[in-house]
Design a protein around this ligand. Structure first.
Ligand code: 5MM
Length: 340
């Protein structure tokens, strides 16, 4: 596959009116989500839940790609159809999370490092064969308590660049996700400063590792104050600061930016994306790659019961539609009341 082909996939991932469903919860995270709705995290329940989403025809029309966890990419629906085929039939692109979570970074007090580079070049062709056309790797940066250290930051973005290079060599578009966490007491200025530092170092490392920017999608956090911050920020302020920060760091060769939701409420995540697209004036497509902000509502509506399948799909369709509109700057709070 040439760079033009990688670029074609990246452009499709950020196509206007569509965005990415992050359904790549690892076993520990999906158990937490299922515990919250009183559902046992068995392989069959995980399959049933994800099958419900991928079969939501209208909802999937707003989804350009789905990030899968290793278990899911090999799983079959109840009728024997591979789940990957359901995604493709919905006109969406299958993707795969290839990082293996985080561990404490020795020597960098309090920072963590993302694992998964060992053996990655051998895993990628297998995922490609299984249908994956993009991948995801998440670096986790805590912006509180004097963190990150330079060693912590550099180790993480260096690993991101090595991952991205391996993906492109395997004809897979890398989603580059350097996440500055939003659950601490950091104010919006602190989020801005740390995110700017992280992004500048990320693009420096992508350059050193010869990653072609036309063949990546960036998945950053928005510039919001942490959940425990004393001072909150309005929708407009978040939109303006996020655009300002990204403009100062992200080259225009990058086709698109697909944000993570990071624990924002469903409506906040939608409103922020919409406000940015209403403001415009940036060179990339801006869309969503939400996990929680797309799935909290369908998980609750479904609650593990077969009879709630349609309610679960309707809740998913509604959030996907709202975010699809936000990716065009065409959302409004009034539309939230009109559930499909
Ligand atoms: C769906 O959550 C993803 C998986 O996290 P774990 O490896 O901890 O299970 C996560 O990487 C996700 O893709 C991004 O962080 C965006 O998700 P949110 O919920 O922040 O939009």
């Amino acid at each position: 596959m040439s760079l033009a082909d990688l670029n074609k996939v990246a452009m499709a991932m950020v196509a206007p009116g569509r965005g990415i469903l992050a359904a790549d919860e690892s076993s520990g995270t999906i158990k937490k989500r299922f515990d919250a709705i009183g559902v046992e995290s068995t392989e069959a329940n995980r399959r049933d839940y994800r099958e419900m989403l991928f079969r939501a025809k209208e909802g999937m029309s707003y989804i350009s790609g789905v990030i899968l966890y290793d278990e899911t990419i090999w799983q079959k629906a109840e009728d024997g159809t591979p789940l990957v085929k359901l995604i493709e039939a919905a006109g969406s692109i299958p993707g795969i999370k290839v990082d293996e979570g985080t561990e404490d970074l020795a020597g960098a007090r309090g920072d963590v490092i993302t694992k998964g580079l060992d053996g990655l070049s051998k895993r990628l062709p297998k995922y490609y064969e299984q249908g994956a056309r993009f991948a995801k790797w998440r670096a986790v940066i805590d912006p509180t308590g004097g963190r990150p250290s330079y060693a912590g930051l550099l180790s993480n973005v260096h690993a991101l660049a090595r991952y991205a290079n391996l993906c492109q060599a395997a004809n897979i578009v890398p989603i580059v996700e350097p996440e500055v966490l939003m659950d601490g007491d950091n104010d919006i200025e602190q989020t801005y400063a740390i995110t700017q530092w992280v992004l500048k170092e990320t693009f420096q490392q992508l350059y050193y590792l010869n990653v072609e920017l036309e063949g990546i999608v960036l998945k950053p956090n928005m510039i919001v104050p942490g959940k425990k911050a004393a001072k909150k920020a309005g929708i407009e302020e978040v939109a303006e600061q996020t655009i300002r920060c990204l403009k100062s760091c992200v080259p225009s060769a990058v086709p698109g930016i697909a944000f993570l939701s990071g624990g924002q409420s469903d409506e906040e995540a939608t409103a922020h994306l919409d406000a940015m697209n209403k403001l415009g004036g940036f060179p990339w497509k801006m869309t969503f790659s939400y996990g929680r902000a797309l799935q909290a509502a369908p998980q609750k509506a479904w609650s593990g019961k077969k009879e709630n399948l349609h309610a679960g799909q309707a809740a998913f369709t509604h959030r996907a539609r709202m975010n699809g509109l936000a990716s065009l700057g065409k959302w409004s709070p009034e539309l939230e009341k009109k559930v499909a």
